[in-house]
Each structure stands twice: as structure tokens, then as C-alpha cells.
Design a binder for this molecule. Structure first.
Ligand SMILES: *Cc1c(COP(=O)(O)O)cnc(C)c1O
Length: 366
């Protein structure tokens, strides 16, 4: 039986051609025409004003905090129900993370966000909100709370490229947004990220910091420290080819979700991750919840059939790393974690192959 992966890379067909062009030009470097083209393709697609291509989304979040001058003693609020890459940068900056639980949307709870702001002894500087599994958080409420309170809003759109809220692309509604092009994301450059904003100063500064903070002299002058975070031109050429098929990838991911929904909807103990009104997610991973069945049993049964699946993200407030961190929690994300499962969502696989997945799930729940 051929292995079914969770979210394997799916090339458009033009990647190799563009890589060949990069090799012909010999710009095998963190500079070159394809980096500009990749940034422009993100600007065009998302209608953001400025973008900088980076080695990862984690690097993008780090630069976001750096350009906002967030450091020691500053509080950064963050979704608890997320991947560690979302919050590592808070630690890089020696800032203090405070975690916020989810609500019925699975994403950050605006109610708990308000409570946190009210009860914390000090005003938080920023919020990093994750759009989990490509489904958009309640951005209207969250953005207006941040605006009222004077808190910077950073969108972790690592999983949600192509998703939209109120007709606007995820990642472009807050002050800054990041996308990831890691190997398992909806598009991939094997590894990479993009930081976007409508604020030119911030993106210019992020670009400067991403290339070792070199002052504009030939002799390598430095007034402050930077990073080596720029994307390679080779990888950017893969990104340009991937952006050409983003719409069809989102469409296919959504069809995969609909396939699972229609195949499993008669099993009463199974439910699905919601899509909040006014939004259109990219359904990066199709995720389900069980009322009775232990998801670990399903994972094991799928593995026996050579099918990859994963638990949902383990909440940050439950991680040993953050055992001493403050968190505003009502148990929602822990409950989802204990009951949930990510199903394979490979865009290149025909539905008759995905039937192998639903057959196993049906068998266990019977
Ligand atoms: C993948 C991911 C990241 C990190 O992206 P990289 O490009 O691998 O650094 C951050 N946040 C979330 C929610 C992710 O899923």
C-alpha cells in the first residue's frame, strides 16, 4: 500500500523550469530576480503593500517583534492553540508570552483576550494570533480590541495563505502578517517565509535586519546586530511557480474537506472544524473531533494502513517549556486536543485513494 502523507509538497510543473533559469543566471544567492518576483506575487495576490521573503515564517515573526521594538519585560499575547513556531520568537526577544485559549471557532477567543487585557498588571505590546489549520480567527473582533487598546496585531498566517476574512486576505488585516512555505504547508519552497505589512518602514527595516544589518557602505559598517534570514533566489523561484497554483490548491483542499464531511457525516460522534461567518478558510488540514473514540486509536489504525495522521497541536499552556507562563484558559483547546485529529489532506491524491482513510475511520467508530 502506497503511503498517504498528511500534506506533501505538490509541484505545479513550472518549478524546475524556473530553477533552471536561476542556474543559468548563476544567482544562486540570497539575492536575484526571483526573490523580487516572489515578493511581488504575494503583494499582488494578497493586496498587501510590502513583503520581504525570508528563510522561514519563524524568522518573519522574530523580525516582526524586532521591528516593533518588543523586548525584555514586554508582554506578548498569543494563541495557546498553535504550533511552537508561532511563539518561539517571543522567547528570542526575551519578552514574556501570555497565552489565550480558544473558543468554539477553535481559534483565539476574543472574550478571553479582553479578560487578559483587563486583568494583566501591564499593557501587552502585541498579540500573535494564529489562523489554525487555515481557518481564519474572529479578526473583526480581535482587530478592533487591539486597535482600541493600542496593541499591535501580528497575524500568524503560516497555515492560512489564501484564506480570507470579509474579502481580505489573512495576514493583511493586522499590522504585520507572516506566511510559511515549509514542506507541509499549502504551498512550499521546501522551507521559507514571507513577512508582509502595509507599513513600508517596517518591511524595509525587516529586510535590513534580515541581511545582517549592513549599513549602506562598501566596507561593511554595523551599528546594530541583524540576522541571516533572507530567502535564497533558488527557493524563491520555486515559490513563484507555487503561487501560480494557489487558487487551485485552496479549492482542492476545500474539496478534500467536503469529501471527508460527506463520507463521515452519518457518524454522529464525528464533527468538523467550523468556518466562521464572513470567512473562507483554505482548509490546509482537514480536522475532525470524536465524541467517544480516542483519536490515538484512529491514528494507530491509520498507521497500520500506511496512512499518516496527527493529533491536533498540543496547547502552549500545556507545554513544559511554558509551565511558568501566564495563560487565560477555559479548557477549550485542551478539550479539542484530546478529541481531535488531523486527516491527510494531500492535494495531488484522487478521492478514491482518500477513501482508504474514511474506510479506516468508519471501521473504528462502528
Ligand atoms: C509552520 C508554522 C510556523 C512556522 O513556520 P516555518 O516557516 O516552518 O518557520 C509558525 N506558526 C504556525 C501556526 C505554523 O503552522
Amino acid at each position: 500500500m502506497k503511503r498517504i502523507f498528511l500534506s506533501p509538497p505538490h509541484m505545479s510543473g513550472n518549478e524546475q523550469k524556473y530553477i533552471d533559469e536561476v542556474f543559468k543566471s548563476n544567482y544562486i544567492a540570497p539575492t536575484g530576480e526571483y526573490i523580487n518576483r516572489f515578493e511581488q506575487s504575494i503583494i499582488d495576490y494578497t493586496s498587501t503593500k510590502h513583503a520581504v521573503a525570508l528563510s522561514s515564517a519563524t524568522a518573519g515573526l522574530h523580525l516582526a517583534l524586532r521591528v516593533l521594538e518588543i523586548g525584555q519585560g514586554d508582554i506578548v499575547l498569543a494563541s495557546s492553540f498553535t504550533f511552537i513556531g508561532s511563539v518561539n520568537a517571543i522567547l528570542y526577544q526575551n519578552a514574556t508570552p501570555v497565552f489565550i485559549d480558544s473558543d468554539e471557532s477553535w481559534n483565539l477567543s476574543p472574550k478571553l483576550l479582553k479578560k487578559a487585557i483587563k486583568e494583566l498588571p501591564k499593557k501587552p505590546k502585541a498579540l500573535i494570533v494564529t489562523h489554525l489549520y487555515g481557518q481564519v480567527a474572529k479578526l473583526d473582533k480581535i482587530a478592533s480590541i487591539c486597535k482600541e487598546e493600542g496593541i499591535y496585531l501580528i497575524e500568524d498566517s503560516a497555515e492560512s495563505l489564501g484564506a480570507s476574512f470579509d474579502g481580505k486576505q489573512s495576514g493583511t488585516i493586522g499590522d504585520l502578517g507572516v506566511y510559511s512555505f515549509n514542506g507541509n504547508k499549502i504551498l512550499t519552497t521546501s522551507g521559507g517565509g514571507m513577512l508582509v505589512s502595509n507599513n513600508k518602514e517596517w518591511i524595509d527595516r525587516a529586510r535590513f535586519l534580515s541581511t545582517q544589518a549592513k549599513e549602506p557602505f562598501l566596507h561593511y559598517e554595523h551599528k546594530e546586530y541583524g540576522y541571516n534570514y533572507r530567502m535564497s533566489n533558488v527557493l524563491a523561484s520555486i515559490g513563484v511557480a507555487q503561487m501560480e497554483v494557489l487558487d487551485s490548491r485552496v479549492q482542492r483542499k476545500r474539496e478534500i474537506f467536503e469529501f471527508y464531511q460527506s463520507e463521515l457525516e452519518d457518524i454522529s460522534e464525528i464533527s468538523f472544524m467550523p468556518e466562521i461567518s464572513n470567512s473562507r478558510g483554505n482548509r490546509w488540514l482537514s480536522t475532525i473531533l470524536f465524541d467517544k473514540t480516542n483519536p490515538m486509536r484512529v491514528i494507530e489504525a491509520l498507521e497500520k494502513e500506511n496512512i499518516e495522521s496527527r493529533p491536533l497541536w498540543k496547547p502552549m499552556h500545556k507545554q513544559p517549556l511554558f509551565k511558568d507562563s501566564l495563560a487565560f484558559i477555559d479548557g477549550t483547546s485542551q478539550n479539542l486536543f484530546e478529541r481531535g485529529l488531523c486527516l491527510p489532506s494531500p492535494t495531488a491524491l484522487p478521492f478514491n485513494e482518500l477513501k482508504r482513510v474514511t474506510d479506516v475511520v468508519r471501521n473504528i467508530c462502528r
